[in-house]
Ligand binder design. Structure first.
Ligand SMILES: C[S@@+](CC[C@H](N)C(=O)[O-])C[C@H]1O[C@@H](n2cnc3c(N)ncnc32)[C@H](O)[C@@H]1O
Length: 237
C-alpha cells in the first residue's frame, strides 16, 4: 500500500480497498460521501470469442477492471463504517440485490436505500437490430438518516451520455459524477472512491472544490489517474 499522488485536494493510494478501509475504521477516520464504481464481475467476456460467435460490432473485454476481488457485503459493511453521509455504489445486475438488501435490512435503523439508474443517452448500437440497446447501469444509493441531500424531488434516473475516452475499460463520465457529488456534499467536503480506476471521481471532486481520498489496486490505472490529475494529455491504444 503506498501513496502515489497528493496535492491540496487529492490523495491517491495504490492498494486493496478492504485493507485501507480497515485502517480507516481503526483510526476512526470518516469521509463525507463515498462514490464507488466496483468491478461488476459478470459483464467481462472474452472479447475475441464473443465477437466471433455473435457478430457484434464491438469487443467487450473489461480486463482486470471487472474482476471482483472482495465480497460485496464485507465491502458495503466497511464503506458504511467510513462514510458520514451518502454512498453511491455503481454495480452489476447480479450485485444489486445483495448490496441493496444489506443497506435496506441490516442497516435500516441508520440508513435509507434506493436503487438508481444511469440512463446512457448515447448507448452503443451493438445488437440493436435484435434487441433493446443496453442503455442502463445501476447505482445503489444509501444515505444515513438526517444527513445532507441537495437533490430535493429529483428522480432516481440520471440522464448522461457515456464518454468515449478509452482511458479505462469501465470509465464513468465526469458529468454524472459531478451531479452525484453536488447532490450529496458541500464545497470542502471529502469524497471517497476506493476503486478509482482512471480517477474520474477524483477529477470531478477537485473540479467542484471537494477533497478526495482514493484507492486503486492496479498500478497501471493509478498511473493513468495520476497523469490526469497532473493535467498531462494521455493517449492509450
Ligand atoms: C469499474 S472500475 C472503476 C472505473 C472508474 N470509475 C473510472 O472512471 O475509471 C473498478 C476498479 O476497481 C479496481 N479494483 C478491483 N478490486 C479492487 C480492490 N480490492 N481495491 C481497490 N481497487 C480495486 C479495478 O482495478 C478497477 O480499476
Amino acid at each position: 500500500m503506498k501513496i502515489i499522488y497528493k496535492d491540496e485536494y487529492v490523495k491517491l493510494i495504490q492498494g486493496d480497498c478492504i485493507k485501507v478501509m480497515d485502517i480507516m475504521i481503526d483510526k476512526k477516520y470518516m469521509v463525507d460521501c463515498s462514490i464507488v464504481d466496483i468491478p461488476y464481475g459478470n459483464v467481462s467476456k472474452n472479447g475475441e470469442e464473443r465477437a466471433k460467435y455473435t457478430g457484434q460490432l464491438r469487443k467487450i473485454n473489461k480486463e482486470e477492471a471487472d474482476i471482483v476481488t472482495f465480497d460485496e457485503i464485507e465491502f458495503s459493511k466497511r464503506l458504511a463504517q467510513v462514510t458520514k453521509g451518502s454512498i453511491y455504489i455503481f454495480c452489476g445486475i447480479d450485485q444489486i440485490a445483495k448490496i441493496y438488501n444489506y443497506f435496506k435490512d441490516n442497516l435500516k435503523k441508520d440508513w435509507m436505500a434506493r436503487l438508481c439508474t444511469w440512463h446512457k443517452t448515447n448507448p452503443s448500437p451493438s445488437n440493436g437490430q435484435h434487441m433493446y440497446l443496453s442503455a442502463s447501469e445501476f447505482i445503489i444509493f444509501a444515505k444515513r438518516r438526517n444527513t445532507i441531500f441537495n437533490g430535493h424531488c429529483e428522480h432516481n434516473v440520471f440522464n448522461f451520455p457515456c464518454g468515449r475516452s478509452k482511458l479505462h475499460p469501465t470509465e464513468k463520465p465526469q458529468q454524472l459524477l459531478e451531479y452525484l457529488i453536488k447532490m450529496s456534499s458541500n464545497e470542502g467536503d471529502e469524497i471517497f472512491d476506493c476503486c478509482f480506476g482512471s480517477g474520474s471521481t477524483a477529477l470531478a471532486s477537485k473540479n467542484l472544490g471537494r477533497k478526495f481520498l482514493g484507492v486503486e489496486l492496479q498500478e497501471k490505472y493509478c498511473e493513468v489517474a495520476k497523469q490526469r490529475l497532473q493535467n498531462i494529455k494521455i493517449t492509450i491504444n
